[in-house]
Design a protein around this ligand. Sequence first.
Ligand code: PHE
Length: 448
Amino acid sequence: MQTERGQWSSKIGFIFAAAGSAIGLGNIWRFPYVVGENGGAAFVLLYIFFVIVIGLPYMFAELALGRSSQRNPVGAIDAIKPGSTWKWAGYLGVLTGVGILSFYGVIAGWTVGYIYKMAVGNPGGFNEYISDPWLIILLFAFFIALTALIVHGGVEGGIERWSKILMPVLLILLISLIIYSNTLEGSGKGLAFYLKPDFSKITGKTILAALGQAFFSMSLGMGLMITYGSYLSKKENIISGAIYIGMFDTLIAIMAGLIIFPALFAMGESPEAGPKLVFVIFPKLFAQMPGGLIVGAFFFILLSVAALTSTISLLEVPVAFMVDEKKANRKRIVWIVAALTFIIGIPSALSQGASDFFTNFGLIPARLTSPDFLSQMSFVFGDFSLAFGAFILSIFIGWVWGANKASDEIQTGAPGFSKIRPLWIFMIRFFIPAVVFIILLNLFGVFD
Ligand code: PHE
């Protein structure tokens, strides 16, 4: 990513940045708890299905729109259909970036706090920890400021180099933890919960949760891939890039589950703990391991880095929009958006016990999500808004820009695309918008 509009220095630079955006708390924190809340293996299968038939083809479309227009989501739409209301899909994306960052930064703050907790040998007491208002707000502010600092200063030098080293390390650590967790007594039941599907557990809510999680985890539906695609050169292969990103992203999420569920059942905990799930299970796991607290501190460092490459991308969307469209000064606008996001995030920070009001907020009905403000934000911006955004954008790309023009763009640099071109056109024009639409209607109880 660059401080000015330019191009990725290399294909690998793009893959790392986009994979860095995709891989984050969504894989290691959010995926396991939504799997837990939605009944396990059947949800996992549904999730993988959505990644392949909706996430990937839709990702081609966002990348193509970005590369072709060389603009942020609002500017990209405006370049194709100047002055039209379609632009609102772009605004929605910008808003969604801020909305997601506002609660995501809170969890990222928890992660940083756990580096310290593990290092000083105090892995327990999670509930007291997250209900301490000042501590949690401070950690949240720290993480948002760190994100702003990096987006402010440009990313190539520091974060990209570090994430190239640290992400493979994360992979190795996850593999070791899978092995350890599955040797615990009683872990087999967890593995069964995670891998043996019980399809009676699939409901309307589960289906949207799986679709939402696929969009969330792959950073789709809010124009992030439009923005990152806008820095991509015509020589690059959109198809193979997207497939790499989708594969890595899914792999890391699946691995996180392979650690969490066996450990969870071995420890006799409930899979339905919600957002706190991994923060309870991982520390317990480390506490039992010989030398585990050091490993634990190290694990939370890696998780913080993974979160940081995602928060950077979340901040980049509104910033790119303000710089391109409103001619804002990049260095200044970074801090303004960050400060705004911080303020919006305070209720989420207080919603895990610190404030009764935000803990039992419950504006969105309980059949859809938990009452705490953070879960409600996660539902509105992390599930609904991404799915809705993807619905509008797929129609825009398939019909307004035109599936043929979009296909030509994808095919530039990816000659092999010609084989699946008709199939892709069908997907972007009919299949994706129809499936997403039905799932959204279902959410509003239309089929009840
Ligand atoms: N994909 C990121 C994660 O899984 C979150 C994210 C969503 C980032 C949308 C950018 C855009 O952690």
